[in-house]
Design a protein around this ligand. Sequence first.
Ligand SMILES: NC(=O)c1ccc[n+]([C@@H]2O[C@H](COP(=O)([O-])OP(=O)(O)OC[C@H]3O[C@@H](n4cnc5c(N)ncnc54)[C@H](OP(=O)(O)O)[C@@H]3O)[C@@H](O)[C@H]2O)c1
Length: 255
Amino acid sequence: MRVAVAGGTGLVGALTAEALRAAGHETVVLARSTGVDLTRPGAALAATLTERLAGVDAVVDALNVVTMKGAESEAFFGRTTEALLAAEQAAGVGHHVVLSIVGIDRVPYDYYAGKLRQEALVTAGPVPWTVLRATQFHEFAGQMTQRMALGPVGLAPRMPVRPVAAAEVAEVLARLAVGEPRRTVLELAGPAREDLAAMARRTARTPARRGDGPRFVVPVPVPGAFGKGVRAGALVPAAPDLVGTQTFAEWLGGR
Ligand SMILES: NC(=O)c1ccc[n+]([C@@H]2O[C@H](COP(=O)([O-])OP(=O)(O)OC[C@H]3O[C@@H](n4cnc5c(N)ncnc54)[C@H](OP(=O)(O)O)[C@@H]3O)[C@@H](O)[C@H]2O)c1
């Protein structure tokens, strides 16, 4: 099959494209670095997408924007999803698979406003669809601490998560893309519950995983309604449809 991966140069998108190619499928990568800016609607984008989506059977959306602002998140996920769905409908693409996050409808959080908009457009849209909601990736604790760092010290929220390997998320996306549209929301979680602040501290103590991130981590409580919701387990699915196998400790150790 021929599958386009929007965001196919990103963390999970690149792994998805790799998994598809390993299974013998052709891939088309849609990203700014491959000449497609999905936030710039107009005739030029429509023409580029018509060309790139020719003969494509399915599209996986693994796009992302790094923002803490609800309006920016909604604008990004709204615009990119509308652009993709319109082009897919015109090109006769038969399946749109989107990567979302477990619990986005259970807690108020600005970034999640964009993910909810993305899901709403897909599930009400013209292209047969599947939504995969995954829990936080093993990388997430380190990424978050890096974004909330001053020099060598980073802050990490104390909250329960059930992290999953990005590579396993990618394998599931690749499998879903070459299957029939499910027209349902599936949940994928990792094998075990962890505390995000403890994950951040362990990442900071593991040079191979820390990268340019902070060396020291200060755990902080999460305030407000978001904090209350996540402490009650909003991001931890009770009975996920799919469960990954790689633990956080295995990922840390490079296994
Ligand atoms: N992080 C987590 O723990 C987690 C958990 C569950 C689900 N998710 C979801 O997983 C998805 C992917 O996350 P990720 O961390 O793998 O993303 P990422 O590494 O930040 O990659 C983002 C991708 O989007 C592309 N992109 C950004 N702006 C674009 C634009 N205007 N036009 C076209 N392409 C654009 C980037 O390529 P260019 O820069 O070349 O444009 C890149 O390929 C997100 O939607 C996120 O909500 C994340």
